[in-house]
Design a protein around this ligand. Structure first.
Ligand code: CDP
Length: 206
């Protein structure tokens, strides 16, 4: 337990890098709240797929919309990365994320722009990555376990397309923040990656 002071762990990285697993593990280990910010963009993307306007969907988003297994599909992920290039969509989601980050008791947030834009003052900044093939394999296993019946080549294409769109956009592009610890998990497996991330937070707590 870190106490009642705000304490923010910010995690960025490309698609399916293991940010969610690492974020959840850190939250559990240190008694912090956890926000998977990708779900915000996925929830907006899902509404756009049913005809909504992206900016209005982002402005009207509520927490209930985040708890939906249907947000996990590749189609929703693609739409999420398309709405994520729109500056007004990002702006509509900013205050909620910043307030979550500074809540009493501390928080872990994972996404694409957490260290660079949402919480540049975070006490811990991590950039979690892995090769596209390793990430696609992890996402494939996850989708299969959820019963989505994925095809590996499709999953790899989704990961690569989103990486390109997320890195090349002008609004809050994906990149390691200055001062972020880069954790390349290509060769380490998710348990070792979790252990390395926890060790890094321990160190930052002093
Ligand atoms: O789980 P995965 O890493 O595949 O994706 P996600 O974290 O759920 O994010 C879905 C999409 O939302 C990403 O491809 C980004 O385009 C966008 N996103 C973003 O722009 N900024 C964030 N902080 C989080 C997600």
């Amino acid at each position: 337990m870190i106490g009642t002071q705000p304490f923010t762990v910010a995690i960025d990285g490309p698609a399916a890098a293991g940010k969610g697993t690492i974020g959840r593990a850190i939250a559990e280990r240190f008694g912090l709240a956890h926000l998977d910010t990708g779900l915000l963009y996925r929830a907006v993307g899902a509404q756009v797929l049913t005809g909504a306007d992206p900016v209005e969907a982002a402005q009207g988003l509520n927490a209930q919309a985040l708890e939906n297994d249907a947000l996990r599909t590749a189609a929703v992920a693609q739409e999420a990365s398309k709405v994520a290039v729109i500056p007004e969509v990002r702006a509509a989601l900013l205050d909620f994320q910043r307030a979550f980050a500074r809540r009493a008791g501390g928080a872990v947030l994972d996404g694409r722009d957490i260290c660079t834009v949402i919480c540049p003052q975070a006490e811990v900044k991590l950039f979690v990555t892995a090769s596209p093939e390793v990430r696609a394999r992890r996402r494939f296993d996850e989708l299969e376990a959820r019963g989505h019946g994925p095809v590996f080549e499709d999953v790899l294409r989704d990961v690569e397309t989103r990486d390109r769109r997320d890195s090349e956009r002008s609004a809050a592009p994906l990149k390691p923040a200055i001062g972020a610890e880069v954790l390349d998990t290509s060769e380490m497996g998710i348990e070792a990656a979790v252990a390395a991330a926890i060790a890094f937070v321990e160190q930052a707590r002093g």
